[in-house]
Design a protein around this ligand. Structure first.
Ligand SMILES: Nc1nc(=O)c2c([nH]1)NC[C@@H]1CN(c3ccc(C(=O)N[C@@H](CCC(=O)O)C(=O)O)cc3)CN21
Ligand SMILES: CC(C)C(=O)C(=O)O
Ligand SMILES: [Mg+2]
Length: 272
């Protein structure tokens, strides 16, 4: 096999659509910086999301609302510089697309120009459909996001499971179809009943990626810092922790402090 054949191919929105058709599940994780994006990309994840959860995870805010378009662009560009194969999606932050489709288009254009990402993601259905259409009409791939939409936390008041009631479930299904018809290449469903998510995934042709939406969807997404156990504060039921990096890092930093205090570091070979 030639070297060119061994090199993994760049994931495109078309590849994701083929994966759904073949029943191959899609893996997606967040990254906000160059170093971790390098690792996640080389590990072979299909999609990297530069999530506005950076507001919580990187900046320590309580919600995703404070993060700015400039800050999302900084994170997005850092991730894109690291990535060779994953599809890179950048979250449009709160205030950069709601209620004004021209502003939405201008925000999306800034993200694409200044980060070189592959796509943008935004939250909502019917309320933002004009913005979605206008961004797509400019040739920018858009991912939808329904269910628990953290940018609307002040409207809902809690981060509890969404669309348990029939009326909200009906609206979510309608919104999912609206987003598909508008030309979205995929949708994230966050924290909704598994049976509803499965229904949406089976009705839509585009890939449906779940977080807290059960196993009947086309792929899964988690926040990297949550699944690595760096972030100890966050432990919803949908989270599976694959490591306890908080403990690992605490141990390593503790050893370093000990070695500095005892005079063990640096030794003869670690100096000039
Ligand atoms: N670190 C992190 N991980 C995420 O998955 C994430 C963010 N931040 N920020 C943006 C959104 C917000 N998300 C959230 C936030 C809270 C819950 C949640 O389940 N919270 C409580 C329960 C709240 C309730 O039931 O009222 C929990 O059990 O931790 C889930 C997803 C998902 N996203
Ligand atoms: C939780 C995922 C889907 C997200 O939108 C984010 O990380 O911002
Ligand atoms: Mg987000």
């Amino acid at each position: 096999m030639s070297a060119a054949n061994e090199r993994p191919k760049k994931v495109t929105t078309h590849v994701l659509s083929e994966m759904k058709m073949k029943g191959e599940r899609i893996s997606m994780l967040t990254a906000y910086d160059y170093s971790l994006a390098t690792i996640v990309d080389q590990a072979g994840v299909d999609v990297i999301l530069v999530g506005d959860s950076a507001s919580n995870v990187m900046a320590g805010w309580e919600t995703t609302l404070p993060i700015t378009l400039d800050q999302m662009i900084y994170h997005g560009a850092s991730v894109v510089r690291a990535v060779k194969t994953a599809l890179v999606v950048v979250d449009m932050p709160f205030g950069s697309y709601q209620g004004n489709s021209l502003e939405a288009l201008q925000s999306a254009i800034r993200i694409m120009k200044e980060t070189a990402a592959d796509a943008v993601k935004l939250e909502g259905g019917a309320e933002v459909i004009d913005s979605v259409k206008r961004i797509i009409s400019a040739g920018i791939p858009v991912m939808g996001h329904l269910g628990l939409t953290p940018q609307s936390i002040h409207k809902f008041g809690t981060y509890t499971v969404r669309a348990r009631q029939e009326e909200e479930a009906k609206k979510l299904i309608e919104d999912a179809h609206l987003l598909e018809e508008a030309g979205c290449f995929g949708i994230v469903l966050e924290k909704i009943p598994a049976s509803l998510a499965q229904k949406v995934a089976s009705e839509l042709k585009i890939p449906v990626i779940g977080i807290g939406a059960g196993n009947g969807v086309d792929g899964q997404v988690l926040v990297l810092h949550d699944m690595l156990g760096i972030n100890q504060a966050f432990s919803p039921r949908f989270l599976r922790r694959y490591h306890n990096l908080f403990a690992e890092i605490t141990g390593a930093v503790g050893n370093y402090i000990e070695d500095v205090k005892s005079g063990d570091f640096p030794n003869e070979r670690e100096q000039y």
